[in-house]
Write a protein that binds this ligand. Structure first.
Ligand SMILES: Cc1ncc(COP(=O)(O)O)c(C=O)c1O
Length: 224
């Protein structure tokens, strides 16, 4: 029921068509980031993030053994031409409202970013932490809503619209047609398992985290 309500909300609100089956409920975005960091280590080599960025994202990835590489932003958003052409990478962005600077990623930049992801077999984490809010005009369609090849892992939260004490967020990582489809499918299963939800979407008992982080081979530790 909760997943159906979220699917009904993000369709019209964020331009994201979603099957409730593809929505994984998590304890807020921070929890979602940790689960993603644990689930995608086998597909991607490097974690890239906006510079400056939300430190919570960096901590989640650094803490699970990823090498974290900053990529500068300008007034339009992340500088796509500075992204590595050798993939696959996992890139974290805040397109609706760059954290902490605050600009919205332009449509041109969003399309260039999706092209880059397809070209390099990379995946993008869209942290849409406050995407429902906009001072002028309607909110822009989320990056995930523009994604035609299943490259964008969408991370939503109710911390800004309802309250952070609720600890309610969700991840959508359903596969598209891209080469990363297999990794997404596997990660989606793993996300469900880590989040402790069965096929019916209900939370079963306490969350179980793996004893050791699922770091990808050769991951280098870098100070936060
Ligand atoms: C950019 C960004 N992402 C994620 C979060 C964390 O949200 P949550 O409370 O859902 O963990 C915050 C919190 O302020 C944030 O600023």
């Amino acid at each position: 029921m909760l997943r159906q309500a979220i699917a009904d909300h993000i369709g019209p609100a964020r331009g994201i068509p979603a099957d409730p089956e593809d929505i994984v409920i998590v304890g807020g975005s921070q929890d979602g980031l940790t689960l993603i960091a644990q689930a995608f280590g086998h597909h991607c080599n490097t974690f890239l993030h906006e510079d400056p960025c939300y430190q919570g994202a960096r901590f989640a990835f650094h803490g699970t053994g990823w090498t974290c590489t900053p990529v500068p932003v300008d007034a339009q958003g992340i500088e796509v031409e500075r992204l590595p052409e050798r993939g696959p990478s996992l890139l974290y962005v805040t397109p609706s409202h760059q954290y902490p600077i605050g600009m919205t990623m332009t449509l041109e930049r969003r399309l260039a970013l999706l092209d880059w992801a397809e070209r390099t077999d990379s995946l993008i984490i869209e942290d849409d932490y406050d995407g429902e809010f906009r001072y002028e005009g309607a909110p822009l369609t989320a990056l995930r809503g523009l994604d035609r090849t299943g490259r964008v892992i969408y991370l939503g939260t109710f911390s800004k619209s309802i309250g952070p004490g609720l600890r309610l967020g969700f991840v959508i990582a359903s596969p598209g047609g891209g080469g990363a489809a297999e990794a997404l499918e596997a990660a989606q299963q793993q996300l469900r398992a880590l989040a402790g939800t069965g096929g019916d979407g209900r939370v079963h008992g306490l969350r179980r985290f793996p004893a050791a982080p699922a770091a990808h081979p050769g991951a280098l530790h870098e100070p936060p």
